[in-house]
Design a protein around this ligand. Structure first.
Ligand code: KG4
Ligand code: ZN
Length: 334
């Protein structure tokens, strides 16, 4: 079979990334230019700054990825790009760059949903096997996705309010930890004990999640303790918070695995970098004979490699866009 090389672009939030991926599973070269140091100054991503930064570095990211791969545009079979969901100004930069490359070099243009990318980051570890359940936990998403076969997505549950990563970041802010707070909470949680009483969020029969109540509970608890003159033990609050998150995620994931008769679970999104969550899911899967795959840490947060992996399967089933392709801030995974 002939090798397929996809040049992929990702710019949906605060990382400008370009990657060349072979056959949906091999990272030939990847460049990720992060803007975290700038957004840190504001305690979160500032959309207007993000899009301007993407414009400044997108060409550099593409040139560097090509240079590192030692390939030329004539070796590239198609251009894949994240077109949704994300920050509209940020997405537009990547979409415009991809459309330009597609037009100038006469290459097919493949539209990729950002979450499909996060899920296919697992294909860089081992070929994904179906049917599978994907647990998507990122700064913008919390979803359980059933996949009967390649590039077929059925969202069986999602968050009704805040995404889990968003709540990690907000709780981190309350604890005076810098952005992005997820990794810091995860690290603190390893040092503390589960001493604070917090509610298990949306413990019902659905596969949906709701984390805003848990977030408010953390904020209220901190205020109440401070009003009583008690100092919060940050490590313990981080542990108590993370344990409740892990508990509800594990509970609903296991029920979905059983109902949908899946023996394969893949993790996706930035929060899947959490050591606490990984360990809990490893335990759960080994007890229940489930094959668990999670991406390498560098492919958990936003990158174009995952878009190239997903883009390959989209290419194979004939997904194409033309030059009318537009960025979309919100778009259901399908
Ligand atoms: O997937 P991602 O890079 O961006 C979105 O598509 O949203 O995810 C970013 C999120 C942030 O909320 C960040 O705090 C969280 O992932 N995150 C973590 C860890 N590393 C990143 N959360 C918990 N533990 C971590 N180790
Ligand atoms: Zn993401």
């Amino acid at each position: 079979m002939e090798d397929i090389y996809i040049l992929a672009i990702e710019s949906s939030c605060d990382e400008t990334s370009c990657s060349i991926v072979k056959n949906g599973c091999e990272d030939i070269s990847t460049v990720v230019l992060s803007q975290i140091d700038i957004h840190k100054l504001y305690g979160g991503v500032v959309p207007e700054i993000a899009s301007r930064m993407h414009i400044e570095v997108i060409t550099k990211a593409i040139e560097e990825a090509l240079f590192k791969s030692a390939l030329t545009m004539s070796d590239i079979d198609a251009i894949a790009v994240t077109y949704a969901p994300g920050l509209i100004g940020s997405l537009l930069v990547g979409v415009t760059a991809a459309k330009t490359l597609s037009y100038v070099y006469n290459k097919p243009l493949i539209p990729v949903h950002h979450i499909a990318g996060h899920i296919y980051a697992n294909n860089l570890v081992a070929p994904m096997e179906f049917p599978l359940l994907a647990l998507v936990v990122s700064g913008g998403h919390t979803e359980l996705v059933y996949m009967k076969y390649d590039y077929d997505f059925e969202v069986i549950g999602s968050t009704l309010d805040d995404a889990v990563g968003e709540v990690y970041d907000k709780v981190a802010r309350v604890l005076d930890l810098p952005y992005p707070g997820g990794p810091k909470i995860d690290a603190l949680a390893r040092l503390g004990e589960d001493t604070y009483t917090l509610p298990l969020p949306l413990d019902d029969d659905s596969y949906n999640f709701s984390f805003s109540g848990l977030k408010s509970a953390v904020i209220n608890l901190k205020h109440n303790e401070e009003q009583r003159g008690h100092k919060i033990v940050k490590e313990n609050l981080a542990t108590s918070f993370q344990n409740r998150v892990i508990e509800i995620i594990c509970k609903k994931t296991l029920r979905a695995l059983k109902e949908y008769q899946c023996n394969h679970l893949v993790l996706a999104g930035g929060v899947s970098a959490s050591q606490g969550l990984r360990e809990a899911l490893k335990n759960l899967c080994s007890k229940n004979n489930i094959n668990l795959i999670y991406p390498d840490l560098k492919y958990c947060t936003d990158n174009a490699t995952m878009i190239g992996a997903a883009g390959y399967y989209a290419y194979k089933i004939g997904k194409r866009a033309d030059l009318t392709l537009n960025a979309k801030a919100t778009e259901f995974l399908h």
